[in-house]
Ligand binder design. Structure first.
Ligand SMILES: Cc1cc2nc3c(=O)[nH]c(=O)nc-3n(C[C@H](O)[C@H](O)[C@H](O)COP(=O)(O)OP(=O)(O)OC[C@H]3O[C@@H](n4cnc5c(N)ncnc54)[C@H](O)[C@@H]3O)c2cc1C
Length: 311
């Protein structure tokens, strides 16, 4: 992924230089506000207070972040605001990232693929998790469907020679973890220990596929839905855009959601379509192309609410 991003940035810089250095690329600065006046976008304000004026803004953050945090809610109708607030998203993940010593672990399960979907006792349904409980039992979490990937197979830049990167993921509910966050990005005591217990249970389960895994670990990191929300900028830590449940999204067609009710404000990214019709990253890339085209064509605002609304 890093390789892909670096190549894309190089390509954009190359194109800019070929066209006389028009434009400026700033990587990293956080946008604090998208400024809107009289139904039209007028630019953005960065976290350090710098204003950038523009008649067009493409927001790559998700809908909830854009409309609930970055713009003044008075800039859109109450109906639009409520639709965005109430729209359901997919669940989040608990994720264990491991840097392992290659010669201490048996990776033969990855002979035919670099990603496996695994569940203990495949014939039986997994024990249901009650996410409203104070804590869930690590063993129960480990009995859910796990996605186990050998990430370093396709990206040798992830670790030094003789090491591999293995990622284990399973679905997790954001609200279960949010009680560990009293304010801002702080965590209650107990969070670290709890997430490590959950993470270790996933590792023990994955040992069935990857003998020697526990003994080979050099580095371990456990991410919860709070991590995906804060570090990834994903509202609710959602990993795959709008909810995929039938009741939240009964038509299953992929509607384009690039135009917004604000003149000059366009959306790009995995929520700029009502469904991930090509998978997360390709859908986001297609939306970026279409958003750029919409800016060049000066496409106007939309009135109709097209985002998936739960019936
Ligand atoms: C655990 C996990 C596993 C996944 N697995 C897959 C997979 O196997 N295949 C697949 O196709 N997709 C997968 N996805 C989904 C994929 O990551 C997304 O579909 C894709 O990243 C969406 O791209 P995006 O540009 O919409 O959003 P993002 O990649 O989230 O990019 C949004 C960017 O905006 C930045 N940002 C947020 N707020 C601000 C702000 N205020 N100012 C400035 N910048 C801001 C964020 O930091 C981020 O860099 C996975 C996602 C997760 C979390």
């Amino acid at each position: 992924m890093r390789f892909l991003c670096e190549r894309l940035v190089d390509a954009i810089i190359g194109r800019q230089e070929n066209h006389g250095g028009l434009g400026e690329l700033r990587l990293g600065p956080e946008v604090k506000k998208v400024r809107v006046g009289r139904g039209k976008v007028s630019g953005v304000t960065l976290k350090d207070g710098v204003n950038i004026d523009s008649a067009a803004v493409i927001s790559n953050t998700d809908y909830k972040t854009t409309f609930m945090n970055l713009i003044d809610p008075d800039s859109i109708s109450e109906e639009w605001y409520r639709a965005v607030v109430n729209a359901k998203q997919t669940r989040s993940n608990l994720q264990v990232c491991l840097g392992v010593e290659a010669n201490r672990v048996d990776l033969s399960s990855f002979k035919e693929g670099d990603r496996m979907i695994y569940r203990r006792n495949q014939g039986d349904s997994p024990e249901e998790i009650d996410w409203s409980e104070e804590e869930i039992h690590p063993e129960t979490l480990a009995g859910q469907e796990l996605e186990v990937s050998l990430l370093s197979r396709n990206d040798r830049m992830l670790g030094p020679e003789g090491t591999e990167v293995i990622v284990i993921r399973t679905e997790a509910e954001h609200f279960h973890f949010s009680r560990f966050r009293p304010t801002g990005r702080k965590r209650d005591p107990g969070y670290q220990d709890y997430k490590m217990r959950l993470g270790r249970a996933l590792i023990q389960e994955a040992e069935n596929l990857i003998p020697g895994l526990e003994e080979s670990i050099l580095v371990m990191d456990v991410a919860t839905p709070l991590t995906f929300e804060e570090q990834g900028g994903r509202s609710g830590g959602a990993v795959a855009g709008w909810s995929w449940n039938y009741e939240d999204h009964p038509d299953y067609g992929a509607r384009e959601l690039i135009r917004t009710p604000i003149q000059g404000l366009y959306m790009a990214g995995y929520q700029a379509f009502s469904a991930l019709f090509m998978g997360g990253i390709p859908t986001a890339m297609e939306s970026a192309k279409r958003a750029a085209r919409a800016v060049l064509q000066g496409d106007g605002p939309v009135e109709k609410i097209m985002i998936p609304v739960t019936r």
